[in-house]
Design a protein around this ligand. Structure first.
Ligand SMILES: Nc1ncnc2c1ncn2[C@@H]1O[C@H](COP(=O)(O)OP(=O)(O)OP(=O)(O)O)[C@@H](O)[C@H]1O
Ligand SMILES: [Mg+2]
Length: 377
């Protein structure tokens, strides 16, 4: 069992402003939770407070229901893997992996058994006698994870463990870490800047911003139902397209937004206090845009980026705003081409002037409500 609970956690480094401004979060046994957020928002600080490497200024940290604020890092049953894996260069892979057990006074036979077990999980058995300098980056990273595994921690904490690796190795390690999580069934908290890692590995993503939690949820929930502009813009690569407009119709089925150039666009969202004439922002994911003669957005191609399986087409709209369309395969468009873009209105997001996303209307509820009101007449 390894549940983790953060209650009103705060951090102020001496002489500095508050870095972590009150975080409440529950992480369940066996969960894979990913922290994302802009540089400097406090991800590493939060992880280090959980690990016991930083004092907690305020609030309570509970591990399996026991307050752990004042428990030393070694006694918390956690292991942390950093971006810079800092292996001991003069020790073999096996010695590196077993070193913490040696320090803890674990007898040699037991140590060897645990190292072998970790090496099997990480496919390092054939490399146990090598020195770190004779390993690839991915192999070194696996040794660093091996050092954590041998201690049989209840909770693994990873701070951008793959960011030093090239793209192919990252992909391989991502798959291996996901398999490792399955095999060990351990609770894992993982910090990353990589969108794909966050989306593919997480059971739940925690989006942090300036020391606060913006939203917590499953990757697809956050992608499709962001609470606000910050979360919508943070997740997705290329990012969500944002177009400014004015509300020109409002009723119980949704609202119309007339863009600076194009529209009205009818979206089934609740008004969230908006009135006719108010400014609102329409959010359209790049994969939702397509070329269509009768589409409501007119513009000119600025640039096409061919990724092989996908093409990103940057389009400058007549309003002066730029959007990115993602299409499958190789799009034959060229810079300067004029086109119209269409999209499915229902899947768009609408944001209030204050940045909050407007809630989508549940079609079934609306139909039931309309039926109830018509039968009452
Ligand atoms: N030891 C320290 N003393 C004072 N301020 C610190 C200390 N460590 C971090 N900070 C500050 O706390 C804030 C959060 O830092 P932190 O390292 O947690 O950010 P992060 O989200 O991990 O960023 P990155 O994505 O760049 O790694 C930053 O403004 C940083 O300058
Ligand atoms: Mg960091």
């Amino acid at each position: 069992m390894a549940n983790l609970e953060l209650r009103g956690i705060r951090k102020r480094y001496s002489g500095a402003k508050e870095t972590i401004k009150g975080i409440d979060l529950e992480i369940k046994d066996g969960e894979f939770v990913v922290f994302v957020g802009p540089s400097g928002c406090g991800k590493s600080t939060l992880l280090r407070m959980i690990a016991g490497l930083e004092d907690i200024t305020g609030g309570d940290l509970l591990i399996d229901g026991t307050r752990a604020n004042d428990i030393g890092p070694a006694e918390r049953g956690l292991a942390m893997v950093f971006q810079s894996y800092a292996l001991y260069p003069h020790m073999t892979v096996g010695e590196n992996m077993g070193f913490s057990l040696k320090l803890a006074g674990v007898p040699k036979a037991e140590r060897q058994e645990k190292v072998l077990e970790a090496a099997r999980v990480l496919q390092l058995e054939k490399l146990l006698d090598r020195r770190p300098r004779d390993l690839s980056g991915g192999q070194r990273q696996r040794v660093a994870i091996g050092r954590a595994i041998v201690r049989k921690p209840k909770i693994f904490l990873f701070d951008e463990p793959l960011s030093n690796l090239d793209a192919a190795l990252r992909l391989q390690m991502r798959v291996e870490l996901a398999a490792l999580h399955k095999e060990l069934g351990a609770t894992m908290i993982y910090v990353t800047h990589d969108q794909t890692e966050a989306m593919t590995m997480a059971d739940r993503i925690v989006v942090l911003n300036a020391g606060r939690v913006e939203q917590v949820g499953s990757p697809l929930d956050l992608y499709h139902h962001p609470k606000n502009l910050f979360v919508a813009s943070f997740l997705g690569s290329p990012g969500i397209n944002l177009l400014e407009g004015k509300v020109t119709r409002l009723d119980r089925t949704g609202l119309d937004i007339t863009l600076r150039h194009g529209g009205p666009i009818s979206v089934p969202v609740k008004s969230g206090g908006l009135r006719i004439g108010d400014t609102a922002t329409l959010g359209i994911r790049p994969e939702n845009l397509r070329v269509e003669e009768a589409g409501p957005l007119s513009g000119k191609v600025l640039l096409t980026e061919h990724l092989g399986g996908l093409t990103y087409v940057h389009v400058k709209l007549k309003s002066g705003e730029t959007v990115i369309m993602q299409s499958e395969g190789s799009e034959p468009l060229r810079p300067g081409d004029e086109l119209n873009l269409a999209f499915v209105f229902e899947t768009c997001q609408v944001f209030h002037q204050d940045g909050q996303a407007l809630e989508h209307i549940n079609r079934h509820e609306l139909v039931a409500e309309l039926e109830a009101s018509s039968s009452a007449k």
